[in-house]
Structures are given as C-alpha cells and as structure tokens.
Design a protein around this ligand. Structure first.
Ligand code: ZN
Length: 207
C-alpha cells in the first residue's frame, strides 16, 4: 500500500531510537503464511506470528526508496505482528479499513483504494510503542540490501480469522495461490539487537 501525503500536504515521519535522521513513511506491506503455517519474518521469544506488517520509511536525505536502499542508513522499517483471534476483543478502525480492501486485491496486479483518511498512528492499533526491538539489518526481499534500521514491536495485535485467511487466497501472476511470503530467519551474525522496554526483562529470550 502506498502512503500518500497527509491532508496538510506533508508526509508522516518517524525519528528516535537508533534513527539519526528523519524518515518519511512511503508504504506498507504484509508477510503471511498459509492455513498450516505462520508468516511473520521475525521470531520473538521463539514464536512466529500469523502476519507481519512492515511500514517502510525513507531517510529524507535520499530522494527515493531505491536510492535509499543503497545506503546503510537509507531505510527504517517498523515491524508489527498480528495473531489470529477468533473472537477479537478489540477493533482497530484504521487497520480494519486497510484489511477490508484486501479481498479486492487478490488477483495479480489489481488495485483498491482505502477511502477517507487514516493516521499513521491508527495503523499501529493500540500497540505499546514504548516496547520494541531495534537493530541494523537488511531488506527481506532480493537483493536484501543492508539498508534497514529495524524497529520491531513484540506485542502482537489480535486480528479476526477472516482477515488473516484472506491473505491465503492471494494469487500470483500465474494465477497460483501465493502463500508463505516470508524470508526465513537469518543468523544474527553478532549484530547488536537492542530491546527497549518499560517492563521487567526476566521473561525475555532472544531467538
Ligand atoms: Zn517486508
């Protein structure tokens, strides 16, 4: 999903954490599994989640996402986990409008529009943004440029089964079912992974 300009003509930005610059929100996308697999790209405390959303931001120093991908400080991605909840106790108005359009983009190359306005904050539901992992890593699609400062929120948002199962019907350019759209986890290779939290750490395992 492309993220357009805000109603004021600007673009939503993020900064802070490991980010030394301002990063402009460019777009978001999802990774998912199948009826028998989970699809998140990050595994947190040994758990893989059903769906992971990535909100991709470009460092304002660079003109485009593809230019930014050439630099180690080029991109910042927020990773948000979702887990299937058969009887979700929460309803997220912004996110629900995004998910409601997914049945309209099942066919390859089809497009849909989310009407009205959504704040970037609404896309985070009621996520506790004070708790996150952050590290310097790469894109998870070829060429996997080492250009991403990751910010990964470990608390999954509940999502109705109907929303998650819609992903499993997606079709590729051959009309075949498109499932398991995640990269397998990679070795940490001694890179530092920082966990920022307001909570007691005694139950946290890195994996
Ligand atoms: Zn992604």
């Amino acid at each position: 999903m492309d993220i357009p300009e805000t109603v004021n003509g600007g673009r939503p930005t993020i900064t802070g954490g490991l980010l030394k610059s301002k990063y402009v929100a460019e777009g978001l996308h999802f990774h998912w599994g199948s009826p028998t697999t989970r699809g998140s790209e990050h595994i947190i405390s040994r758990r893989q989640y059903d769906v992971e959303m990535h909100i991709v931001h470009r460092n304002i120093r660079y003109a485009t996402v593809s230019e930014a991908a050439q630099y180690s400080d080029g991109l910042a991605v927020l990773g948000i986990m979702f887990k299937i909840a058969n009887y979700p106790s929460k309803f997220y108005p912004g996110l629900s409008r995004v998910f409601a359009q997914i049945p309209n983009v099942i066919e390859y190359d089809s497009t849909a529009q989310v009407s009205g306005s959504i704040t970037l904050g609404q896309l985070l539901g009621d996520l506790n943004t004070a708790d996150f992992f952050t590290y310097k890593g790469s894109l998870t699609v070829p060429d996997c440029h080492e250009a991403v400062t990751w910010t990964v929120f470990p608390h999954a948002l509940p999502l109705p089964y109907e929303f998650v199962s819609t992903f499993w019907n997606m079709r590729d350019s051959n009309g075949d079912v498109l499932t398991d759209t995640f990269r397998l986890t990679q070795p940490r290779n001694n890179r530092a992974v920082v966990y920022r939290t307001t909570k007691d750490l005694s139950n946290i395992f890195l994996g």
